[in-house]
Ligand binder design. Structure first.
Ligand SMILES: O=C(O)[C@H](CS(=O)(=O)O)OP(=O)(O)O
Length: 233
């Protein structure tokens, strides 16, 4: 298996084979919590205007997302895993637009298959990749706004690579580093911003909470994330 670590929107555009678009803080942690809460489907979109157009096509859909980490005015929720986990999203479609994560899903157009990446389902991602027998794997660390590296995404890409190569991993040290030394968890700087609660840090670093992956598929001309359970072993 050939594994490449790529970065940001540029990396997404270069991704080949099975692509894992990684956004730990917070897009793809939030998406996992939404599926765990029973949402019907998540539609990743690029622009805010496109999100509103998609919502018109999907009556009753919730609008979820941010710009600069802050909930888009008029949306139902920001990009917050803890707030989504506390909400009743059962049976609801979600239209999701974020600065980095959803842009990466849209940009990875050359890849054969695209799944999301986060720590909350890291072991399931590694199992899914092994079971897929993919020969080429692109791990894309989306970073800040898809243009600057962010420690949490780079560390998640390296963590997934090491799992796949059966190398030792030390999640406790990653967590400690992100809590104490890293400065790239931008939403953590939005102190007092309701759509960026500090609890999101723990929600995003709840390693292996979920045993599924989210796979991006095209349905009726729309990109949608679908939940794929991954068996143990
Ligand atoms: O909502 C987030 O935490 C980030 C905002 S920013 O890129 O850190 O400003 O969005 P995401 O697309 O989930 O990285």
């Amino acid at each position: 298996m050939n594994i490449r670590i790529l970065h940001g929107k540029q990396g997404a555009a270069e991704a080949a084979g099975l692509a894992v678009v990684i956004d730990v803080f917070r897009a793809f942690s939030t998406a996992c919590y939404a599926y765990a809460g029973g949402c019907k489907a998540i539609y990743p979109t690029g622009s805010i205007a496109e999100a509103y157009r998609r919502q018109e096509e999907l009556p009753g859909a919730l609008l979820v997302g941010e710009r600069g980490g802050v909930m888009v005015e008029g949306f139902d929720f920001g990009n917050s895993p803890s707030l989504i986990a506390a909400a009743d999203v059962r049976g609801r479609s979600i239209v999701h637009t974020t600065s980095a994560g959803t842009q990466g899903l849209i940009g990875a157009a050359q890849a054969e298959e695209v799944i999301t990446g986060a720590f909350v389902n890291a072991a399931a991602i590694a199992r899914y990749i092994r079971q897929s027998a993919a020969r080429e794997v692109s791990l894309i660390a989306m970073g800040l706004g898809g243009t600057e590296p962010a420690d949490e995404d780079t560390l998640c890409a390296e963590y997934l690579r090491d799992l796949l190569l059966n190398r030792p991993v030390d999640f406790a040290e990653i967590r400690r580093y992100l809590a104490e030394d890293s400065t790239t968890g931008r939403f953590l700087d939005l102190v007092g911003e309701a759509s960026a609660p500090k609890e999101d840090f723990d929600y995003c670093l709840d390693l292996d909470r979920f045993a599924f992956v989210l796979r991006a598929e095209w349905e009726d001309g729309r990109l949608v994330l679908r939940q794929i359970p991954v068996s143990a072993g």
